[in-house]
Design a protein around this ligand. Structure first.
Ligand SMILES: C[S@@+](CC[C@H](N)C(=O)[O-])C[C@H]1O[C@@H](n2cnc3c(N)ncnc32)[C@H](O)[C@@H]1O
Length: 215
């Protein structure tokens, strides 16, 4: 299954090219750093960033381990233009493609690691499931999954803060994340050792970092 449409990076708020200015307000360095720490790229690893947007996470992974092969994939050609412009020196491979059809883009069981940040909260439930199944299909046995996204909003303050994201991306797709659905969906896709490894409070709600493995 592949979706023909997708929610752009800033939803209905603004054009995608302004995304980096908005995401900078979310303690970005902290949660991106934790995400790459859990991903732990090693020399020779091939790692896919699904819904890479302007490429910040993929470029950080490439800086942390220059001998890893990093692939950034996104359906939005406009935002990939920004990613390519930011990528002066790294060897990141940028691909246009949908997250629910990753086998078509990179091949089955071809990845040592798959990561994704701030993508699933924007997707309808069936697309969240399809993207996770697709991630499972492209990981090699033993491969690792690290997802950073708005997760369970535990407190009234964080639920209030998350309303900004819900204004931009709509409530239907975002509320399941706020209710804490992601670990259950990750397990249902076939992953094991599913863990909410870190939780970072931001002005837009908490971002959780989920880790899991394909056995
Ligand atoms: C909020 S942005 C996050 C971008 C980037 N991951 C980051 O952390 O800066 C969400 C991105 O997901 C992409 N996206 C939306 N639907 C998608 C899908 N079905 N498959 C893959 N990417 C998708 C959008 O084009 C957008 O670039």
């Amino acid at each position: 299954m592949s979706e023909e449409t997708f929610t752009p990076a800033l939803g209905r708020l603004a054009p995608a090219r302004f995304f980096d200015y908005v995401v900078a307000l979310t303690r970005e360095r902290l949660w991106r750093g934790l995400t790459v720490m859990h991903l732990a790229p090693r020399p020779g690893d091939t790692i896919l960033d699904v819904g890479c947007g302007t490429g910040s996470l993929a470029l950080l992974a490439a800086r942390v381990e220059p001998q890893a092969n990093i692939v950034g994939l996104d359906p939005d050609p406009e935002i990939l233009t920004v990613a390519r412009e930011k990528d002066a020196h790294s060897r990141v491979r940028w691909l246009t493609g949908m997250g629910d059809d990753l086998v078509a883009s990179v091949g089955a069981e071809s990845m040592d690691g798959v990561t994704s940040s701030l993508v699933l909260h924007q997707c309808p439930m069936d697309v969240k499931r399809a993207i996770l199944a697709s991630m499972f299909a492209v990981l090699r046995p033993g491969g690792r999954l690290v997802i950073a996204d708005f997760g369970w909003q535990r407190t009234p303050l964080m639920r209030l803060a998350f309303r900004f994201v819900q204004f931009a991306d709509g409530k239907t797709d975002t509320q399941p994340n706020a209710d804490g659905v992601l670990p259950e969906l990750i397990s249902a896709a076939g992953f094991t050792d599913v863990r909410e490894a870190d939780v970072v409070a931001t002005i837009n709600g908490t971002i959780s970092i989920y880790t899991a493995r394909k056995r």
